[in-house]
Design a protein around this ligand. Structure first.
Ligand code: URA
Length: 437
């Protein structure tokens, strides 16, 4: 019998050699159980980050991570489950809007969301900003909720892809997030474990995404589509723009409020395009309509007739949340200080760099700098303009929500510095491409 040893596995990857399926399984099982330590896993992850993985290694890693815990089989429910995941962004409240919306059209939703990672936000943190909402429930309750109302949104819970849960937070603390094999395996292991037969992925591209250019985003997409094929899960990737924050709000309560407004029909243009494109493909994969334009009409109709917001309320109530906050968003806790950042000149908005805005929101307390940091749900940034908009001198560019006067000053100064105003024409595209293979 071959005796495996973590030091030899690290050494192999350090020296740019290919790991076998057995070696990858040994690492994942050992790290999940705790026999392989954080410092050893850190070394291996950094070696993977620096030297990459072959498609075969990436697939083996994804499957080993999915197999580190239970794999749900939602098939037996007799319906087609379509899952959705984003590769991460700033101001990304798409899941909060899209998932109740498609559930209101009959697509069953079993969604396991992540927490904030690096400068990006996490849907689980946003949901928890609704008082009482429980993201950590048992798998039995998760399934029961889906049976009862057709949707449940939770965090990575119990025994679903536990290897990813550990690796995800370790990567965040050792600067190993932006890696194609690590992102692909993280996302696909969770998607395989949570049982959906079909998957729609929002692959974000640009300054506030982990993939900075279209070429890398396509490579990541093709890797995930390939893993999906091998695991028998049809996967569609939609490449979307993440150069500026999505919508206007960045920060937990602030984003939930923006999502509630969207479900009530007030959707910023970029949010609307992304929600409709992803939603139309989710309906298609669920066999609820092949025509993408007609699917978009169906989605818009369920916003108009309030079925989507009603489904969101049902979801919140079912998970223990206080629905009165959804009915009256003025109940959400507010930051004590609100400062305005004004434009120092007139012109057009050329750039609102998402990563800087995400980092500043984290600095205000909207995200975690260290794993154990506690998020302040009330703080963040609300933009008053989007790229391409005209601005007059003295007009408000953004509102800063904070509980700390000193932080407010710094963020105001930094935001003014990073937002670019000029005379050039800008052509903004929110959806770049849809990849199915
Ligand atoms: N989302 C995930 O679930 N994992 C990553 O690694 C990045 C984004």
């Amino acid at each position: 019998m071959e005796i495996l040893n973590i030091l030899e596995i690290i050494e192999k990857k350090r020296d740019k050699k290919e790991l076998t399926k057995k070696e990858i399984e040994y690492f994942i099982q050992g790290y999940t159980k705790g026999t392989i330590k954080d410092y050893q896993a850190s070394a291996l992850l950094m070696a993977i980050y620096l030297n990459g993985m072959t498609p075969e290694e990436t697939t083996n890693l994804s499957i080993a991570m999915a197999n580190s815990g239970e794999i749900l089989d939602l098939n037996k429910e007799g319906k087609i489950f379509v899952d959705k995941h984003s590769t991460g962004g700033v101001g990304d409240k798409v899941s909060l809007i899209l998932l109740p919306l498609v559930a209101s059209l009959g697509v069953p939703v079993a969604k396991m969301s992540g927490r904030g990672l690096g400068f990006t936000g996490g849907t689980a943190d946003k949901l928890e900003s609704i008082p009482g909402y429980k993201t950590e429930i048992s798998i039995e309750e998760f399934i029961k909720n889906i049976e009862k109302i057709g949707i449940s949104m939770i965090t990575q819970t119990g025994n679903l892809a536990p290897a990813d849960k550990k690796i995800y937070s370790l990567r965040d603390s050792i600067a190993c997030v932006e890696s194609i094999p690590l992102i692909a395996s993280s996302i696909m292991s969770k998607k395989i474990a949570s049982g959906a037969q079909k998957i729609v992925l929002d692959v974000t591209v640009g300054d506030g995404a982990f993939m900075k250019n279209l070429q890398d985003a396509k490579k990541l997409s093709k890797t995930m589509i390939e893993i999906g094929k091998l695991a028998g899960r049809e996967t569609v990737c939609i490449l979307t723009n993440m150069d500026e924050p999505l919508g206007y709000a960045v920060g937990n309560n602030l984003e939930v409020i923006e999502a509630i407004k969207a479900l009530n029909g007030q959707m910023p243009e970029d949010v609307k395009e992304v929600v409709l494109e992803l939603g139309a493909y989710m309906l298609k994969l669920a066999n609820l309509g092949d025509n993408i334009d007609q699917n978009k009409e169906k989605l818009l109709e369920n916003i108009k007739n309030k079925k989507a917001i009603e489904k969101f309320k049902e979801l919140v109530q079912n998970q223990g949340g206080d629905v009165s906050y959804i009915e009256d968003t003025s109940k959400f806790e507010k930051a004590k200080i609100v400062k305005e950042v004004k434009a120092s000149k007139c012109g057009k908005l050329l750039n609102i760099p998402a990563k800087e805005i995400g980092k500043l929101a984290c600095f205000l307390g909207a995200g975690r700098i260290n794993k154990e940091d506690i998020i302040d749900n009330s703080v963040g940034i609300v933009l008053n303009k989007k790229v391409g908009d005209k601005v007059e001198k003295g007009e408000t560019l953004a509102y800063i929500y904070t509980n700390d006067e000193k932080k407010a000053e710094k963020v105001c100064e930094d935001i003014e510095e990073v937002i670019e105003i000029g005379e050039e024409n800008v052509n903004v595209k929110y959806i770049y491409e849809v990849l199915t293979e």
